[in-house]
Design a protein around this ligand. Structure first.
Ligand code: ADP
Length: 411
């Protein structure tokens, strides 16, 4: 019997999904992917095939898709119509926060769901949407296995000192700690390191996940030892619309002098800052690079400068550096930004090979470079699919390793 897994990433007004077929000799073959966006406003349903070809693009009646449950129903109806000969075996969810307890993905039951609900105060902007979809699935298909895969879990290997704030202990006990995010992306990149070279798999590597959200992660032997995001995905690098690391005194000033309350601060720091706030032009690096406005250049310069400084900080946490890996929208797409960041990192012994960088690597540095540089496309969905299959069928091999026997994958 053909079967497939569904990977779901629920945001405030969208549900993104991706199919992975588990039949045949390969346990995880990427299939169609799509999304329902504009939930509650102007919903739209789009699906693309495995090769990126458009399959669906249509507006949906707003009354039918006023909440995540309506969006989920649209996706499931489409799945039934187009995959009627296949069984949906499990759903893997990207869940923002696993707190201190969840250091790996987990099969969701009522107890786990209650524990994840208790983490909502730590991630009020994201966690409720992730959990709304899990609950909606449990209502219509209580027997369907659902696996929660956390953005925080990969960082639980960090030493305690890397997870601490210098705040009174009672706040740490309440959960005010450095958690780190983008963990599924870092875990995927870590899984590709053995194919790049044993010196990377066992060495000191900084991964630069540079997308709309951006962070760096220090890997030692493929495990996270430090990262730039902390209590929330606001900390660390400058992002599309997020401010990154900020003197907490700025918040006190804004609260006192401008009487900003929590919702106003949230809007300013999450949605009006970063590349958009500094440039006044756009949050998109492509637009900024093409702009003649000097503020656009200033925003890019600040972005690169902050990445350069945080690279130095993580290299210090690692006690040296063997390699840098670029990934996500900007890291994969922009040779110019990679060049500028590598120039900032020249003091660490990183020497870029300009032609290799233009060709998008995977190796971007010269053979003589003491620190190597790489470009590796991330694949968070595949990471979620691997975890999900593992939870329902036992260990899943990475593509570069042995395949799962078919009987195991389809049992
Ligand atoms: P998200 O964090 O939303 O998953 P992505 O990883 O998809 O973001 O990255 C999106 C961002 O990547 C865009 O806003 C844009 O700034 C940047 N980007 C994408 N492609 C390119 C490119 N070819 N050159 C420069 N920047 C790019």
């Amino acid at each position: 019997m053909n079967s497939f897994l569904l990977v779901v990433n629920a945001g405030s007004s969208s549900i993104k999904f991706a199919l992975f077929h588990t039949n045949g000799t390969d346990p995880l073959v990427a299939g169609a992917a799509g999304q329902v966006e504009g939930i509650g406003t102007q919903p739209r349903f789009t699906v693309k095939g495995a090769a990126g070809q458009p399959l669906v693009d249509r507006a949906l009646p707003a009354v039918d898709v006023s909440h995540h449950s309506g969006a989920l129903a649209v996706i499931r109806t489409w799945l039934h119509e187009h995959h009627e000969d296949a069984t949906l075996r499990a759903i893997g969810h990207r869940v923002l926060h696993g707190g201190r307890r969840f250091s790996e993905p987990v099969l969701v039951d009522a107890k786990v769901l209650a524990e994840l609900e208790a983490l909502v105060p730590l991630a009020p902007l994201h966690q409720p949407h992730n959990l709304a979809v899990i609950r909606a699935v449990r209502e219509v298909s209580p027997e369907l296995p659902q696996v929660a895969c956390f953005d925080t879990a990969f960082h639980r290997t960090q030493p305690a000192i890397a997870q601490a704030f210098a705040l009174p202990r009672r706040l740490a006990e309440e959960g005010v700690r450095r958690y780190g995010f983008h963990g599924l992306s870092y875990e995927y990149i870590a899984s590709t390191l053995p194919a790049l070279g044993p010196e990377l798999a066992g060495g000191r590597v900084i991964v630069a996940h540079l997308g709309n959200g951006a962070s760096l992660c220090a890997l030692q032997g493929g495990r996270s030892v430090a990262t730039t995001m902390s209590f929330t995905p606001l900390d660390g690098l400058i992002m599309g619309t997020r401010c990154g690391a900020l003197d907490p005194g700025v918040l006190l000033y804004l609260m006192g002098r401008h009487a900003l309350d929590a919702p106003a601060l949230e809007k300013l720091l999450w949605h009006e800052s970063g590349l958009l706030g500094v440039s006044g032009v756009s949050n998109d690096v492509r637009t900024l690079l093409a702009s003649a406005d000097p503020r656009a250049r200033e925003a890019i310069d600040l972005f690169v400068y902050r990445v350069g400084r945080e690279l130095g900080s993580l290299a210090a946490a690692l006690g040296g550096l063997d390699a840098v890996v670029f990934t996500a929208g900007i890291g994969e797409g922009s040779a110019v930004i990679r060049t500028e960041i590598c120039r900032q990192a020249a003091w660490l012994g990183l020497e870029l090979d300009a032609a290799a960088n233009e060709r998008r690597g995977p190796r971007l540095s010269t053979p003589a470079s003491r620190v190597s540089a790489w470009m590796v496309p991330t694949n968070e969905n595949l990471m979620i699919a691997r975890h999900t299959l593992e939870r329902v069928a036992g260990p899943v091999s990475a593509p570069e390793q042995d395949r799962l026997p078919q009987a195991r994958a389809d049992s």
